[in-house]
Design a protein around this ligand. Sequence first.
Ligand code: UDP
Length: 358
Amino acid sequence: MRVVILGCGGFVGSHLLDNLLDDPRYQIEGWDPEDRKIRRHLVNPRFTLHRTVAHAPEALVEVERAIVHCDVVINLAAICNPADYNTQPLAVIRANLFDVYPIVELCAKHRRWLVSFSTSETYGRTISSYLPASSDADPDLYELREDETPLIMGPIRNQRWTYACAKQMTERLIYAHHTEEGLPFTIIRPLNFFGPRMDYIPTRDGDGVPRVLACFMAALLSGEPMQLVDGGHARRTIVSIYEAVDAIRRVLEKPEASQNQIFNIGNRQNEVTMAELADLMRRTYATITGDPRYNDHPIVTTSAEQFYGKGYEDCDRRMPDIGKAERLLGWVPTMRLPEILLGTMRSYHDEYAVPKAA
Ligand code: UDP
């Protein structure tokens, strides 16, 4: 199978390459200016990397040639870090909408199957978050169903929603190209994939605020307190990157089932509040290091405005209905959160806490 992957050098792309390149049936052409996470694949004759962004006008001729000759295009290129949504809203809208548009158009022009990575943020907030606390008991008010749940975002001044809105518009563009021009597509809405190589550690190999796993990990590594935004009440469901990549593989191998569908990819069993996640991570780190003092690593609370700046508003809860992925792809994630954290945090520990041999 000839696969084009745009944004192949990031967290998801690097794991997808590990998975697909293990199988001699796959031939991959990728675009990404960054190769740090995928260096081991650069010598693989079944992988070609173009070290540039795919949407650059000078790159598009090559991209079109690759699209014409491939079986499927996977778009992973995005700015997907919540700390950027309200602080660099223009860059976020450009990267997640306008930069993707030429790729959607090329796929439509050549009727090439586009597997597009969207986000669970497309759902925005749950209905139950606007109702009295008791409505939490009714799954219809909080469960996220691909083809039924309304998409609810906050006001324009809360620029946190730039990402969700840009991704939603990209989904709508793809769907419109499908209905009007027959573009074959699959949209994936990831729900908090966790695993090695997810994010940088601030002051070590990047600047700014990464996603929550790396924020908490950075605090554990540096001895600083872990910070809970707005008390850490927000809830997320966490899924292993390995199981998520298995879902993508199933999408690719079952086109008759996966084409023209939207899929939630997440694990319902692994729902935690951010406060619970912080506690579980400090206890996991005590196990990894053998140092029981981490069990009591300090945890403090902070306001969203202090942590992210003006215009941040949180998604309250993300409980996916994954019945469609189960039914059509035969995909059932089983890895529980403690196991996911153990493997992921061990890899961060080995990378950042253990001195490298000279
Ligand atoms: N968060 C937190 N402390 C941190 C970083 C993030 O409490 O140091 C919270 C954040 O406000 C959100 C949740 O953790 O409620 C998940 O944030 P993440 O950056 O992983 O991205 P998201 O799941 O919102 O896409």
